[in-house]
Ligand binder design. Sequence first.
Ligand SMILES: [Zn+2]
Length: 289
Amino acid sequence: MAKRIPLLFAVLFLFLLQPVEAFPSSALDITVKPSKIGQGELGLLSIQKTGGAKRKVIWMGKKITLLYDKKNEVLAGFIGADLTTRPGRYKLQISLKNDLHSIIISVLSRDHGIRRLTLPKEMVELDPPTLKRVLEESRRMKELFISSAEYLFWKGSWIRPVPGTVISPFGCRCIINGMERSPHSGVDLKASQGTPVKATNSGIVVLVADHFFSGLSVVIDHGGGIQSMYFHLSQVLVRVGELLEKGTIIGLSGSSGRVTGPHLHFGIRLNGGRVDPLKLIEISRRLER
Ligand SMILES: [Zn+2]
């Protein structure tokens, strides 16, 4: 028994030496950049294309749809972690024919900061009919996030809907009139009243509505579990069911809904998870345009 212990330690030591983000994987060339994902962030997954064999990628129990990227000659897709995903090590599973490859990806804790807002009482303390309306609008949005098209409408890199700078970052904890509310699920970009708002990528319009909190809103489904959101518009120029090319002007910015001034709230959902839209734009620059 005593002789076995050093061997056990040696094995354990070798195991600990293995990098957490063990890639490239043996037979398949698989990379995830960045190799560690913060809460509310995402990584670009690239798999070397080897013939026409089907690959199935599963991340946090959900399927990741891949797209062929001509520029890098790889199959590419995004994996993300919701704002509230528990930090830890998660398995990314890739099956190719009968082979199952898995990579461990770390999700790291992120502090996205705090924002404090003071709003009129009637915008915070909702009367029963308003509360009913808000719950119904929230239910409708949640349904959209779980019903993305299988077909990928998005192509290559993602673009900024308006050129303006960040006025309120993604993910910050929200303290309204001294009470903690849901964290900021998107990024607020500077946009004066009437600024043209572009579709961040190609997709199909799945919602045009006037909601209590988000005001005049547009949601685009890009397929494969990715949706983009544009809130507080002053005018909408697209219709539900319309297929849009990346860069199409979907409306004009404004200050509708619960806001303190005109800006564009821009959000991205990836398989239902709230991820930083600007990170998506940043990491997608590696893809063809
Ligand atoms: Zn916002």
